[in-house]
Design a protein around this ligand. Structure first.
Ligand code: SF4
Ligand code: SF4
Length: 474
């Protein structure tokens, strides 16, 4: 029988142990020397005839056992095997788990790279909805979530903007109504919110911590970095306003044993090194987690990351990754959330048919109740998939998801990063290629490099302190 290895990535941990990551199943297998030798023998495009190969081996029966194990584990398969059919979509209508409520489409800052108000915005301001979500739409949205989430025992509501806290009234209304409706429908409701922190008063902090919000603060780093892109419309930087408010939030949240508070940093060309920014945000300001996202930008924007920018980012991720692995070896958490999320996905064997939950388990809602694929698509008329008042347009939703399926992205077919990337963010693809279902081929090297870092980190944690990974079992 002609056999060959399936699409995979080989990597070693620091002790020299070899691993193989299988793109079809997202499984990670440790390879001892004899097993690695068998894998080596079958890394070929045309395949190897297993019978004569076995006869040539010094210990044919041991080699046969190893080969059979690798066949059973899906690492080596017949050359002419038709891949197992993959369901195009889960049964539809798929129950929602998360609703992202854009409670306002206005912002009190004027960040240069903003995807909502900057050069790459998706909506035309003349057709934008009203600035603030009213209380009726907030309640309609909760009703919609309750009836669209099937028998899920737990649902999440994420509040977003514009600057989310410009409409605290709608947040309060939605939370109090969701508590009531959650109890009636036997669903636990989790809340989260993203904010630029400039409007975080004591009363708001009290409300958010009382309701155990997961809070993410959009911040770019120290004063210089923050004020470089994140300024008020007058041109005045936002750092001096937000810094004491962030410290107050973190202090009170700790006192109340709240959920971890995260910083989200948008990485632009020429920004302060990621490592220094991490030290500042986690060390000086006290964030529990810090995540970095390369700016989404159309071609030619001067703040966009170029090839060198992505290389630098990868190098800096390597430095923080080293710290993450060392902390894991001691059984301690480290706040570098990009790597934490990736290690969790690797441990759980995540194998994505779609890059994210947008349109599937998650949708965004505009200030007027129009439903978009996610928060970044609300108010983009061409990506509307219903309204909270009338419900989801299931046909449009299913058509989009069928087109966005990884099997439709032929450029991704031979990529080992496919199980975790699945072509990347729809919004980024829309900005870059004018088509949300396109694969984000401009950042493949970056994604593959980052997943390589994750694989190596995972292997090292497996070798030094596998018990650390138990936290990702759920
Ligand atoms: S977009 Fe690039 S990195 Fe992502 S799965 Fe496709 S080919 Fe791989
Ligand atoms: S489409 Fe992009 S921005 Fe929207 S949820 Fe998916 S990854 Fe996030």
């Amino acid at each position: 029988m002609q056999l060959r290895t399936v699409l995979h990535r080989r990597f070693r941990d620091e002790s020299g142990t070899e691993f193989i990551y299988l793109a079809n199943s997202a499984a990670i297998l440790a390879l001892d020397e004899p097993t690695a030798a068998v894998v080596d023998a079958f890394v070929t495009e045309d395949g190897v005839d297993s019978e004569p190969w076995l006869k040539e081996q010094a210990k044919p029966s041991a080699s046969e056992l190893t080969l059979n194990d690798l066949i059973d584990l899906g690492a080596i398969r017949p050359v002419d095997e038709t891949p197992a059919p993959r369901a195009d979509l889960p049964p539809m209508p798929f129950p929602l788990a998360t609703l992202v409520l854009n409670v306002t489409n206005k912002c009190n800052l004027s960040c240069t790279y903003c995807y909502e108000y900057g050069e790459d915005k998706l909506f035309d301001e003349s057709t934008a909805g009203k600035a603030l979500m009213d209380e009726k739409t907030a309640r309609d949205s909760i009703d919609f979530l309750m009836r669209s989430s099937g028998d899920r025992p737990q649902v999440s509501i994420t509040f977003f903007g514009g600057e989310t806290l410009l409409n605290f009234e709608a947040i309060k209304t939605a939370v109090l109504y969701a508590e009531e409706q959650g109890a009636q429908n036997a669903k636990r409701v989790h809340y989260s919110l993203t904010t630029n922190a400039t409007l975080l008063t004591d009363d708001i902090v009290d409300f958010l911590t009382t309701h155990r919000f997961g809070i993410t603060v959009s911040i770019d780093g120290d004063k210089d970095e923050q004020d470089r892109h994140r300024s008020y419309k007058s041109g005045k930087g936002s750092y001096e306003v937000m810094e004491p408010r962030i410290k107050n939030l973190i202090k009170k949240n700790k006192e109340r044993n709240g959920r971890p508070i995260g910083a989200r940093v948008t990485v632009t060309a020429g920004a302060t090194p990621v490592v220094d920014t991490y030290r500042y945000l986690a060390g000086e300001l006290g964030f529990d987690e810090v995540g970095f996202a390369p700016v989404t930008a159309g071609l030619g924007r001067d703040y966009a990351l170029g090839e060198q920018g992505y290389e630098r980012l990868l190098h800096e991720f390597g430095v923080l990754g080293e710290e993450y692995v060392e902390a894991a070896g001691r059984g301690e958490s480290h706040g570098f959330s990009n790597l934490g999320d990736l290690v969790r996905e690797l441990h759980q064997g995540v194998n994505k048919a779609h890059p994210c939950g947008a349109g599937l388990g998650l949708v965004g809602v505009s200030t007027e109740g129009e439903i978009g694929l996610c928060h970044r698509f609300v108010e983009s008329k061409s990506h509307s998939i219903g309204t909270v008042q009338e419900g989801l347009d299931e046909k449009a939703r299913a058509e989009f998801l069928a087109q966005a399926h990884i099997d439709k992205k032929t450029d991704c077919a031979q990529c080992f990063a496919r199980p975790l990337c699945a072509g990347g963010c729809y919004h980024e693809a829309h900005v870059r290629y004018g088509k949300a279902t396109a694969a984000n081929l401009h950042y493949c090297d970056w994604i593959r490099g980052f997943i390589d870092l994750g694989l190596k980190s995972y292997g090292r944690i497996q070798a030094t302190n596998p018990a650390f990974l138990a936290r990702f079992d759920q």
